[in-house]
Ligand binder design. Structure first.
Ligand code: DND
Ligand code: ATP
Ligand code: GLN
Length: 567
């Protein structure tokens, strides 16, 4: 770096915080800070709400939680007091005290802030309160926080080795005012603490917005981000820094914890190493792996159980689970019925062998017969229909849940986004389970992910390198195999059509007329959008799963079940 100004050594502490594990998160922060300090860093930036994990949701409403946050923050400051010259910036919630404004003024506002504190010399040197609270998509920050603006607080700027750093928290940096205030208060570098949930290609959007902010203010910008899974959201890491001209000069790796060093000067230069950003399929794959690993890890499950049908959805879930947990923590169960084709169990067994997971077969015909016999009197004179299809799915669900109860392992469900949208799944049947790995992955993307995975050199159980998903699983026509010669396309439009309509209507809120005007058949648009609307009740009973698009069937899809509105 050629500059007249001495650079400050900074580290971005990209930690995998666990919501509610205050002691564990403080330990991760202290370890990252000590590691960075030992290699020369004098400023360490941690992510938004890194002390609590993000989002802490209604834990914030409990006074005991807020008190524990205060205690843990002070203990962290004390613990690092021997690190000479170190400044650690940590995200945490803080309470609105009477000293910050009269009670009457805050009467209708939540009485806490989303804050960032500078810890140095065993003390809290300064605390900044977030000014822009996101309340769209998965965010609900208005429910919990007041803004620094409402409390009459302005910018917070602190100095390290003669360079002045201004604090911002995530959404702040997507707006003009907070950065402009920091600049006006003398900041020479912007520090942004973030919790920015992943969706495909979100990092492009982030880097573009932060580059624009840097150019607009003429200041370099340091972006510290979380990594890891929390219920339905995944944080992808890839913390970065842009110089004053908006060029990305340093980037931490995606989807793994890191303590990423960089240098920054008062005159806007930044230097560091640039980790690559994965392509779109790899991003989704790694988000799914991270989501599964952290959901099971943070909730203490010893392993996972998957109903393996010889179809593409359960094949994808199995491959993701093995990448996330290792083959010895995953088991597959094939449960053939009278309608299961030979190729289904041949391919299921082949895949389980390639991956080296425990594989069992439990035939469901005797149970299916027992149900039909027991119901025969009730069903006299009535034709076979989805009732019998659903009984098979429910027998499988019951068996998988029995294995879960007995072993403690969680059942991973295999429904994809196209199925969740259209209700092409059985309540208490294939929807039975604890975590819906691919519920935000449309069927066409399921295929692309399987093809991508097979192109990656993967070590198989026999030691050879090669594809882990048998080719026929990807090429055969999709079928629920719940009646003779059934295929998904008997009930649904082709998946290319279904998924395109789904993306326009559900993810992008396009009006039905606009979708038809874009060239889709009115009958297909009508069918898909009608199915989406009438199946809300099913989705509300589905397990949560990993969000990989900018709109998933989860926190960012809140439609009423009981509704007469049909547009
Ligand atoms: N508004 C509402 N609020 C609450 N509950 C409501 C409801 N409307 C119906 N229900 C209940 O839901 C029941 C219908 O739902 P459900 O029992 O699930 O059954 P249903 O949706 O009728 O059938 C399941 C469909 O999914 C297909 N499937 C099943 C399994 C796997 C796959 C696959 O390829 O992956 C496809 C299967 O071929 C069939 O077409 C009703 O009988 C009623 O009890
Ligand atoms: N014969 C089977 N053995 C084990 N599990 C099964 C079997 N058939 C269905 N399942 C479970 O139920 C889920 C729904 O499967 P189904 O075959 O009905 O449709 P699908 O959505 O096309 O899934 P897949 O592509 O995995 O077959 C499967 O993913 C699997 O977990
Ligand atoms: N936590 C936040 O403030 C995040 C909001 C932001 N626009 C993002 O997703 O990147």
């Amino acid at each position: 770096m050629s500059t007249s100004q001495a650079p400050v050594s900074v580290a971005l502490a990209q930690i995998n915080a666990t919501v509610g594990d205050l002691a564990g998160n403080a330990r991760l922060l202290a370890e990252a800070a000590r590691k960075a300090h030992a290699s020369g860093a004098r400023l360490v930036l941690a992510p938004e709400l890194s002390l609590t994990g993000y989002p802490p949701e209604d834990l914030l409403l409990r006074p005991a939680f807020m008190a524990a946050c205060d205690r843990t923050l002070l203990a962290l400051a004390m613990e690092l007091s021997d690190c000479e010259g170190l400044h650690l910036v940590v995200g945490h919630p803080s309470s609105w005290t009477e000293a910050q404004g009269p009670a009457s003024r805050s009467f209708s506002l939540p009485r806490r802030f989303n804050s960032a504190s500078v810890l140095a010399g065993g003390q809290v040197l300064a605390t900044y309160h977030k000014r822009e609270l996101p309340n769209y998509q998965v965010f609900d920050e208005r429910r919990y926080f007041a803004t620094g603006r409402e409390a009459g607080q302005g910018a917070v700027v602190f100095e390290v080795q003669g360079v002045r750093f201004g604090l911002l928290i995530c959404e702040d940096a997507w707006f003009d005012e907070p950065a402009a205030l920091a600049r006006a208060a003398g900041a020479q570098v912007l520090c942004v603490l973030n919790a920015s949930p992943f969706h495909v290609e979100k990092h492009d959007e982030r880097e573009a917005r932060m580059a624009e902010r840097a150019r607009q203010t003429g200041l370099p910008l340091l972006y510290a981000h979380l990594v890891g899974g929390q219920d339905e959201v995944v944080f992808d890491g890839a913390s970065f820094a842009v110089d004053a001209t908006g060029v990305v000069r340093a980037r931490a790796p995606a989807f793994e914890p890191a303590v990423w060093p960089l240098q920054v000067t008062a005159d806007g230069l930044v230097s560091g190493e640039l980790a690559p950003i994965p392509g779109p399929e790899e991003q989704v794959w790694r988000a799914l792996v991270t989501g599964v690993r952290d959901y099971l890890g943070k909730n203490g499950f010893p392993g996972a159980i998957i109903g393996l049908s010889g179809g593409v959805d359960s094949a994808l879930v199995l491959a993701v689970a093995v990448d996330a947990l290792g083959a010895d923590r995953v088991r597959a169960v094939m449960m053939p019925s009278p309608y299961t084709a030979d190729i289904s169990w041949i391919d299921a067994r082949d895949m389980a062998e390639r991956l080296g997971v425990r594989y069992d077969e439990i035939g469901i015909t005797p149970m299916f017969d027992a149900f039909r016999t027991s119901l025969a009197d009730q069903f006299t004179g009535l034709p076979e229909d989805t009732t019998e299809e659903n009984i098979q799915a429910r027998i499988r669900g019951t068996l998988l849940m029995a294995l879960s109860n007995k072993t403690g392992a969680i059942v991973l469900t295999t429904g994809n986004k196209s199925e969740m949208a259209t209700g092409y799944c059985t309540l208490y049947g294939d929807m039975a389970g604890g975590f819906a790995v691919i519920k935000d992955v449309a069927k066409t993307l399921v295929y692309r992910l399987c093809e991508w995975k097979n192109r990656q050199p993967t070590r198989r159980a026999d030691g050879s390198l090669g594809p882990v998903i048998p080719e026929r699983i990807i090429t055969r026509p999709p079928s629920a195999e719940l009646r003779p010669d059934q295929t998904d396309q008997d009930s649904l439009p082709p998946y290319e059509v279904l998924d395109a309509i789904l993306a326009r209507y559900m993810e992008d809120d396009e009006p039905i007329e606009a979708i038809v005007a874009a060239g889709f058949h009115a009958a297909d648009v009508d069918k898909v959008t009608r199915l989406i609307k009438i199946n809300e009740y099913k989705r509300r009973q589905a397990p949560i799963g990993i969000r990989i698009t900018h709109r998933a069937f989860g926190r960012d899809w809140r439609y009423p079940i009981t509704s007469k509105f049909r547009a």
